[in-house]
Design a protein around this ligand. Structure first.
Ligand code: HDE
Length: 668
């Protein structure tokens, strides 16, 4: 080995300071004698502590907690009829993307499963620069005008005097604000539905919320609404389960996304578009396309599938990528354009602005995760954290001393605008209730029960009675029966019917499955113990695994259990380290006599049953269900008894849950 290669080998292996100086010892600071004072000249200690002291950046003011992944987007068919955007017209383009999912209310270190809206933000690194679709998992928003956003968020966030509650909307200030701002009523009912408790980011829809426009090569503009539809179906947790998961595994959704991608089960979503030709813009009597508190029912404008998003790579580093990614609604490419939606217009300012504080200066677009995958050329310069080294002397335009090439760039759609300057809402924004009614009418019986329970829970935490009363008055304008049911749970007098329900519904708003969906990556817990039938468990595991279902064998402790054929069988983990709430189904096999006397096993079965999950038992396993107060003679396709539960379990998992159960007496 030469002296040079010797030197390089040393450098590659060794730690260095930020200045590249090799570090000999990172465990002991420099001292005057082993028990003596530390020396100021210890440059390694000083640098190490200085860097540590400055590791934190401000968290996002909303959507602070999130998880991200890399992937690709590809269209099915070119959309030239509607747009010139390269990534939507080139059938061969595989556009790299980075997606960040998030909760809204809680801090960065809060839990994944509060009742909350979820963010669904996608950065497309297109060949014409970055396009960000910064959406949510609900198609509407609380407010119509961005000037109300600080008020909404102040009311939603932990209350300012004692900073409670964390990751929750069940408190006075939130309900005080929303009951005084009736435009929130539609989004509120979505928030009280199971949509606010996604089972997985992989099983969640996404929406662009606002009306955007696509502009084609002839300058023709079409209004559009963007929809993401998950390949695994749209599924939710129930509230009790979500609350328990917050303690058992606060990283539940983040872990689920990470593990699926690590295992090669790449989640995917179909991008769908509602196309609304400009001529039709005023065709929908009670819906103004510029009002973000309204959706366009799919019965009026169907969703056309246009492409597929697949997430296939976890970030290498959470901070560098997921934390530093800077989305902006204003990142838009030729062929796509904005509308005059006043919520959207306010967002165009806010996203650019917020990064200055969060990422410490104007050069955040140079961070690797934010960098476009195309060359960046302009005369913007300097500022904190500049990474580029511009060459040449011409940093202005026009110039004759450098090169400059103004190609065919982004042109704004030349929409004609005219009107007096005024602080005024359009009268077409005035209806705040009829789409909340539409949502309520579209729900199945169990979805309605969950909504009523959610209003009762949230309002039950509100200490100011006048706020509860106000909310019941609003609900009475959504649907009288809903108002009566909520009032009865929160000590408010039954309201007098004031308006008739319009009776319209939209099937796409319900999450009740109309047909069986995929079961891939669902997780089944098998409760284990000495005496278990080895063949039975192995057969079931094999059968489920063939369908992509993950089976975990939960032992009384880590290690092995003794099976009926005398051989030890390894378990996945100890039952006490998990809980039923982190599984999709629970199985109690035959032969394990100890389980019926094990409170934890009984709780596993009871809780899973209470949450509507498939529960299977064979032989002595049925004793565990009896102890859990589960009626074995109940008509219940998701209660699977007998020796061959695989087919029943798969069928029950394919429709997610059975909420038709009578669970009132189940202690969980
Ligand atoms: Fe945001 N929003 N927002 N928002 N939003 C932010 O941007 C804001 C709104 C959404 O994973 C912030 O970089 C205003 C609607 C997502 O990094 C901030 C208004 C929708 C994310 C901001 C809205 C969203 C954010 C905080 C009303 C659904 C997370 C940090 C005018 C269509 C993106 C940041 C990520 C984040 C402002 C309303 C979705 C402060 C002013 C409507 C998914 O800029």
């Amino acid at each position: 080995m030469t002296a040079t290669s010797d030197h390089r080998a040393f450098n590659e292996a060794a730690l260095t300071t930020d200045q590249g100086i090799p570090v000999a010892d990172t465990d002991n600071s420099l001292r005057a004698g082993a028990r003596g004072p530390s020396l100021l000249e210890d440059f390694h200690l000083r640098e190490k502590l200085m860097r540590f002291d400055h590791e934190r950046i401000p968290e996002r003011v909303v959507h602070a907690r999130g998880a991200g992944a890399h992937g690709v987007f590809k269209i099915y068919e070119p959309l030239d009829e509607y747009t010139t955007a390269d990534f939507l017209t080139d059938p061969d383009a595989e556009t790299p993307v980075f997606v960040r999912f998030s909760t809204v209310q809680g801090s960065r270190g809060s839990t994944d499963t509060p009742r909350d809206v979820r963010g669904f933000a996608t950065k497309f690194y297109t060949r014409q620069g970055n396009f960000d679709l910064v959406g949510n998992n609900m198609p509407v928003f609380f407010i119509q005008d961005g000037i109300k956003f600080p008020d909404l968020v102040h009311a939603l966030k932990p209350e300012p005097h004692h900073e409670m509650p964390q990751a929750a909307s069940a408190h006075d200030t939130f309900w005080d604000f929303v009951t005084l701002q009736p435009e929130t009523m539609h989004h509120l009912i979505w928030l009280m539905s199971d949509r606010a408790l996604p089972r997985s980011y992989r099983m969640m829809q996404g929406f662009g919320v606002h009306t955007f426009r696509l502009v084609n090569g002839h300058g023709r503009s079409t209004f559009v609404k963007f929809h993401w539809t998950p390949a695994l179906g749209t599924h939710s947790l129930v509230f009790d389960e979500a609350q328990k998961i917050s303690g058992k595994d606060p990283d539940f959704n983040r872990r689920d996304l990470w593990e699926a991608i690590e295992a090669g089960n790449f989640p995917s979503w179909e991008l769908g578009v509602q196309f609304i030709p400009s001529e039709r813009a005023f065709e929908f009597d009670d819906i103004d396309l510029l009002d973000a508190t309204k959706l366009i029912p799919e019965e009026l404008v169907p969703v056309t599938p246009v492409g597929r998003l697949t997430l296939n790579r976890n970030p290498d580093n959470f901070f560098a990528e997921t934390e530093q990614v800077a989305f902006s609604v204003g990142n838009i490419v030729p062929g796509i354009d904005f509308t005059d939606d006043p919520l959207l217009q306010a967002r165009l300012f806010s996203y650019l602005d917020t990064q200055l504080t969060r990422l410490g200066g104007p050069n955040f677009a140079q961070l690797p995760i934010n960098r476009p995958r195309v060359p960046v050329r302009n005369h913007q310069q300097d500022g904190f954290h500049q990474q580029r080294v511009p060459v040449g002397r011409a940093n202005y335009s026009p110039n004759s001393l450098g090169t400059q090439d103004d190609g065919a760039g982004f042109t704004h759609h030349p929409e004609l605008v005219d009107g007096p300057k005024e602080r005024k809402r359009s009268v077409t924004f005035a209806d705040h209730y009829s789409q909340a009614t539409l949502f309520w009418n579209s729900m199945s019986a169990w979805e309605r029960e969950h909504i009523v329970a959610a209003y009762r829970f949230e309002l039950g935490k509100v200490t100011t009675m006048a706020i509860r009363v106000r909310m019941v008055e609003h609900l009475n304008r959504v649907d009288h029966d809903l108002a009566v049911a909520v009032a009865a749970g929160i000590g408010v007098e039954e309201p007098v019917k004031s308006v008739d329900n319009h009776g319209r519904a939209s099937a796409a708003l319900s999450q009740a499955p109309t047909s069986p969906g995929p079961v891939t990556t669902r997780k089944v817990a098998v409760l284990m113990g000495d005496g278990v039938s080895a063949r039975w468990v192995a057969g079931l595991s094999e059968n489920l695994a063939e369908h992509g279902v993950t089976v975990e064998l939960l032992g009384p402790v880590d290690g092995t259990v003794d099976t009926d054929d005398g051989l030890p069988m390894e378990v996945t983990r100890a039952m006490s380290t998990v809980a039923s709430v982190v599984y999709d189904a629970v199985v109690v096999p035959d032969g394990v006599l100890s389980l019926a006397a094990d409170g934890l096993a009984v709780q596993f079965a009871a809780e899973a049953y209470k949450h509507g999950k498939p529960v299977a038992a064979a032989g002595t396993g049925e004793d565990v269900l009896l102890r859990a107060h589960i009626r074995l003679d109940a008509e219940d396709p998701a209660l699977i008894l007998g020796d061959a539960p695989a087919a029943g379990l798969l069928a029950a998992l394919a429709v997610h849950r059975n909420f038709a159960r009578d669970i009132a007496a189940i202690p969980a």
